[in-house]
Design a protein around this ligand. Structure first.
Ligand SMILES: *Cc1c(COP(=O)(O)O)cnc(C)c1O
Length: 629
């Protein structure tokens, strides 16, 4: 600053406020709404006032006891059409007004913590996670490096240590500059972010570090189950590998897990053709069926079919974003069952844990805290078996304006530059707050509630649960017209090609019933003395038995879905759910009989069961991608 500029500022600052230029007054008003730099001796600092106001506005958005499953009082689907009219105002609004307007944006939103909310794997966030994440908004730690976040970096380092040990990897160490292989990992922006990190790491290892500068010029393949999450497309696309290089492995019709024979067939064919495999992705819990791939067997196949020279070793990535928390059962005494789970649930818990226990075989594991961690969005962690290798492969040159003042500087090799402390604090605080027993009780508790639902379904002749063998959080069920023996009719539709017209007709019924429940949920009206639950349906739970290749149009099973992720969903919720579903069925059938037009389809992105290329297709380079209906 030049001397005369400085003098001018001093003049302004010394002037009585009434005589100061306008910029000075505006700026002072704004500054009073920043957290104060020094400790407040009263409770009246603007931050706590503002927070108090915000929290009371948020509280007011909650329904009265037994009220509907959305926030606020306006259940209508939002009309976004006026959003494009927004303009930056000439003058700013007072803090209180902005907070009030912010709270208004939550009007009508689904209420994830409500006893009738069960549409998908969306948990409410726990208080330790919420509060710790909010703290970071006040002091802005940036976990790009230790210098900018100081001990907040511990939230990432200690999460890495805890998660590595859960997976079964010893001696975790995240610090830079270690040469010994050591497990570690990073928080990032979601299960899709973890996947993306995994695929970039895989490509760099297999195609060589030079691929980072010369680009990806080799059609290396990513092998993943046909039922793996669609973010296989995001990461193959955004890494520049190309979505056509994803090879979908057939799944076993019983377990929904990767068919290991098909996997071996594909690996052998690629091996003979000297085509490198960048990664095999094991889905450790699919979103609906909770199918878990056999990572130990995949490890054996990777050892059996090594990539040809000069390519690096095939990478194994576990997409465990909705499965990882079951690892907290690694020390559970299943014989004395200290938490007292019912026998049926204890068996399911054991099965889930055993299916997931071999993830130490993987090179990296993606974990979502905003799914089975009950933490706020976004909060995901990618754990890596040899974090040292990752650091060395992905390191960039030192930056001219960042100095390594501490021993932890992940900004040297992360995709992101700035990274929020909010997700690392939320994840860390959640691990501390819940502990093993907290996770175990929440996870097992969801299964107890689900068992209750399945029991209620079984008692009703017009309802059938279609995923009785699944041990995840979802119950998928179908409702049939009055007088139908649902169990028998479903068996017929599943196995008998002659019943295809009936299957299609009843698939349509599931869709219309769910739409009707949605309409009732969104009407804000009581039906049969209860507010309708928030649920969803799947248009592709599984193909019929006679359509294993999913080549026949419409020969798939639709089902209504209950995904009870929050701790307030209990037996009462399930009784209301079934009562409303049956009432909605009656209403749909009445409307149809009266010749009313069916409810108009809401515009939703629909995903058919994906197809896969044959091995021959694959080698001629025309692997078919996921087919979208
Ligand atoms: C949700 C999900 C993802 C994507 O994770 P985000 O956190 O939503 O980015 C990936 N894989 C599976 C199996 C999932 O359930």
């Amino acid at each position: 600053m030049k001397a005369h500029d400085f003098a001018r500022y001093v003049d302004v600052a010394r002037q009585p406020r009434t005589e100061a230029p306008r910029w000075f007054k505006v700026r002072s008003d704004i500054n009073s709404a920043f957290p104060s730099p020094f400790r407040s001796e009263t409770e009246e600092d603007p931050l706590s006032q503002g927070m108090k106001q915000a929290l009371s506005l948020l509280n007011a958005l909650k329904p009265e006891p037994q009220g509907p499953a959305y926030l606020g009082t306006n259940p209508a689907v939002p009309d976004y059409s006026d959003s494009a009219n927004a303009q930056l105002g000439q003058t700013g609004l007072p803090l209180g007004d902005v907070v009030t307007q912010s709270a208004g944006l939550f009007e009508g939103m689904p209420h994830w913590n409500h006893p009738q909310t069960m549409p998908n794997v969306i948990p409410p966030a726990n208080l330790a996670g919420i509060i710790s994440a909010m703290m970071t908004q006040v002091f802005s730690p940036n976990i790009i490096e230790g210098e900018y976040s100081w001990n907040v970096e511990r939230s990432e380092l200690e999460s890495a240590a805890m998660l590595a040990r859960l997976i079964g990897w010893d001696n975790p160490n995240n610090l830079d500059g270690t040469t010994e292989p050591a497990p570690g990992g990073l928080y990032t922006f979601g299960g899709s972010g973890c996947y993306f990190y995994g695929m970039k790491y895989a490509l760099t290892r297999v195609l060589g570090k030079e691929s980072r500068s010369r680009g990806i010029r080799t059609d290396a393949k990513i092998l993943v189950s046909q039922q793996g999450h669609y973010c296989k497309e995001n990461s193959s696309d955004w890494t520049g590998l190309g979505m056509d290089n994803v090879v979908q492995i057939r799944t076993d019709p019983q377990t929904n897990a990767m068919d290991l024979n098909h996997l071996e067939q594909v690996m052998l064919a690629l091996n003979e053709a000297q085509v490198p495999i960048a990664a095999v992705v094991c889905t450790m819990g699919t979103t609906d069926a909770f199918a878990v791939d056999d990572v130990k067997a995949v490890r054996a196949l990777v050892e059996k079919y090594p990539n040809p020279a000069p390519y690096g070793k095939t990478f194994i990535y576990c997409d465990a974003v909705i499965g990882w928390a079951w690892l907290t059962f690694s020390t559970y005494d299943f014989s004395s069952n200290p938490l007292g789970f019912s026998p049926a649930v204890l068996e399911q818990v054991r099965k889930n844990y055993e299916a997931l226990q071999h993830m130490r075989e993987a090179d990296a594991v993606g974990c979502d805290f905003h799914k089975v961690g009950w933490a706020p969005y976004n909060c995901s962690f990618i754990a890596m078996r040899d974090f040292t290798e990752f650091q060395n492969l992905m390191r960039r040159g030192e930056s001219a304006y960042l100095q390594a003042r501490t021993r932890y500087n992940p900004g040297l090799y992360t995709l992101e530059v700035s990274r929020t402390g909010a997700y690392s604090m939320a994840g860390w605080a959640t691990l501390r707050f819940l502990g093993r027993e907290g996770f175990q009780s929440i996870l097992g508790g969801v299964l107890e509630v689900q068992e209750a639902l399945r029991g209620l379904i079984q008692e009703h002749p017009e309802l059938v649960c279609v995923n009785t063998a699944d041990t995840g959080f979802v119950t998928l069920f179908r409702v049939y017209p009055p007088g139908t023996n649902a169990q028998q009719q479903y068996e017929r539709e599943l196995n008998n090609p002659d019943a295809l017209p009936e299957l299609k007709r009843h698939n349509e019924l599931q869709e219309k019933v769910t739409d009707k429940v949605w309409e009732w949920f969104r009407s804000g009206q009581l039906h049969d003395g209860a507010y309708a639950p928030y649920i969803s349906y799947t248009s592709g739970f599984r193909p019929t038995a006679y359509n294993p290749d999913t080549t026949m149009d419409g020969a798939v099973i639709y089902a209504i879905k209950s995904y009870p992720m929050n701790l307030n969903v209990g037996l009462d919720s399930m009784q209301v759910l079934l009562k409303i579903v049956l009432a909605a069925r009656d209403e749909v059938l009445r409307e149809e009989a009266a010749g009313h037009a069916p409810t108009p389809r809401k515009p939703v992105a629909r995903r058919a069961i994906p197809r896969w290329g044959t091995v021959e297709d694959l080698l001629s380079g025309v692997t078919r991608r996921t087919h979208r209906g």
